[in-house]
Design a protein. Structure first.
Length: 361
């Protein structure tokens, strides 16, 4: 069986690489036609376009579609084997269908392992280069950071409220700093204006007021028309949020970001948690869809490869639909991020096992 195993693994991997190459070319052509005017208008070089944008772009777009590529590859070459009666010959030689699936799962495991590493580290780091390029030359106004009525915990017992933050000159209006100890307010600092001075986390308070509470005693210090320098665990970058920020962080950075945001009580981290779980779930999807593709395409039927490909695309579309549907529920807190990401895999695992049990019977 070693010869047959290597034959199937080679067929799978070569067909997969061919599929990746074809779809990569199509994706680049479509994207280039959409952005060519931006490239011409902006002061970016051909080298920047190729190495800072399109090489990371190819990694990004393929990272999203690898499960679908795997399924198309399996259906494509397995359907050809079935059409040429090669699978029937293998089964007639006494090889069980379960044994036939081993090289398929081996090749799928190799792709899934590479995809797992890419999802967690390689693609996020290349995305940072790509998205920096996009934010600089294409999507210049994609910052979605909050600037009005901002509440942030900058420490376990320190909360900051900012009525309005101005990104143009990095100034905060109507700043309020609350220091809490044993669930009691012990210090309150107010300032009409706070200016960012520079690292490390230096701010200058203008026209400030400091109130200190010690039991029933209250001490007030007024700095009317005066300035005071202080250090806060806050930087201008805390007010910058790109919609695709989660794609720029590897899993270690993503985990740290989620923990920091939860500690600060800032916004909703569901989208970031979903992204974290997605990076592990998608490689498993490759194995599931490989099993489905083998079960569907291994039978010789009228219509041949065309019917098999149509059925495979329909199954892939159904998977994507269920995946997006469950992610929406997870984002809206109807499901936990873990459950929302893994539901499609659970559903299609049941489908894969059913189809596999009925294949060639």
């Amino acid at each position: 069986m070693k010869i047959l195993d290597s034959y199937i693994v080679k067929k799978y991997l070569l067909t997969f690489l061919f599929t990746v190459m074809i779809f990569s070319m199509i994706s680049v052509i479509i994207d280039f036609s959409d952005k060519v005017e931006d490239f011409i208008e902006e002061a970016c070089t051909i080298r920047q376009i190729i190495f800072e944008y399109y090489l990371p772009f190819i990694l990004y777009i393929n990272g999203l579609l690898i499960p679908l590529y795997a399924m198309i590859s399996v259906i494509f070459f397995t359907s050809r084997l079935a059409y040429d009666s090669e699978i029937i010959s293998v089964l007639n030689a006494g090889v069980s269908f379960r044994r036939l699936s081993v090289p398929y799962l081996l090749a799928a495991g190799l792709i899934a392992g590479f995809h797992l590493l890419s999802n967690h580290y390689i693609i996020p780091r290349s995305n940072k280069t790509r998205l920096d390029f996009e934010h600089k030359y294409i999507w210049k106004y994609s910052d979605k950071g909050k600037t009005n009525d901002v509440h942030i915990f900058v420490g376990p017992e320190t909360k900051i409220y900012i009525k309005y933050y101005q990104k143009r000159d990095s100034t905060a209006r109507n700043l309020r700093i609350e220091k809490i100890k044993d669930n009691r307010l012990v210090k309150l600092i107010k300032a009409n204006k706070a200016e960012w001075i520079g690292p490390p986390n230096k701010w200058r308070l203008n026209n400030y007021e400091i109130r200190t509470f010690d039991g029933r005693r209250e001490t007030i210090k007024l700095g009317t028309n005066q300035k005071k320098d202080t250090t806060l665990n806050l930087t201008p970058s805390d007010f910058v949020r790109y919609q695709n920020l989660k794609e720029m962080m590897d899993t270690g950075e993503l985990t740290e970001f989620i923990n920091t945001e939860k500690a600060r009580g800032v916004g909703n981290t569901k989208a970031f948690e979903i992204e974290k779980h997605r990076r592990t779930a998608e490689p498993i999807t490759i194995i599931i869809l490989t099993l489905i593709g083998l079960s569907v395409a291994s039978r010789k039927v009228r219509g041949g490869m065309g019917l098999h490909l149509a059925l495979g695309v329909a199954i892939g579309a159904a998977f994507i639909f269920i995946s997006r549907f469950s992610n929406v529920f997870a984002t809206n807190e109807s499901l936990t991020p873990l459950l929302g990401v893994w539901i499609p895999n659970v559903v299609f695992t049941v489908i894969a096992l059913y189809l596999f049990s009925k294949a060639q019977k």
